[in-house]
Design a protein around this ligand. Structure first.
Ligand SMILES: [Zn+2]
Length: 124
């Protein structure tokens, strides 16, 4: 038996975090166990900003899908004295609002069948 070690996030350093969180994005609930493509979208989110002394502690790293992770990239939050749960609750409304904005765009611009409906060419 060969023990493999991976230095990427999904199989390596983020895997214990994903296992603890049952492979579910703490913001939107995307389930990495449900499909390979879901799992491939998982990442880990640091709840504390760069330079913070506890940033790399396991409890301040959580499972996040890539979208949710990037959705709050440029936001600055007040983190002092907050528990991991409080930090998640603080970010969540912003992340979910961003998701909704993207969902509206998707429905308008991406969703399959949109052109059929617009042009009235229903081929059934
Ligand atoms: Zn997510």
């Amino acid at each position: 038996m060969t023990k493999q070690s991976y230095n990427d996030a999904l199989r390596g350093y983020a895997h214990p975090v994903h296992q603890r969180d049952d492979f579910v994005c703490v913001y939107c609930g995307l389930d990495g166990k449900a499909s390979l493509s879901n799992w491939l979208h998982l990442s880990e989110d640091h709840l504390l900003p760069r330079g913070h002394s506890n940033r790399d502690d396991m409890e301040y790293r959580v499972t996040s899908c890539r979208f949710c992770n990037e959705a709050h990239n440029r936001m600055v939050f007040d983190v002092e004295g907050k528990s991991p749960e409080e930090l998640i609750d603080q970010k969540k409304p912003f992340v979910l609002q961003r998701r909704n904005e993207y969902k509206e765009f998707w429905v308008e611009q991406v969703q399959p069948g949109k052109e059929f409906e617009k042009s009235g060419k229903n081929q059934e």
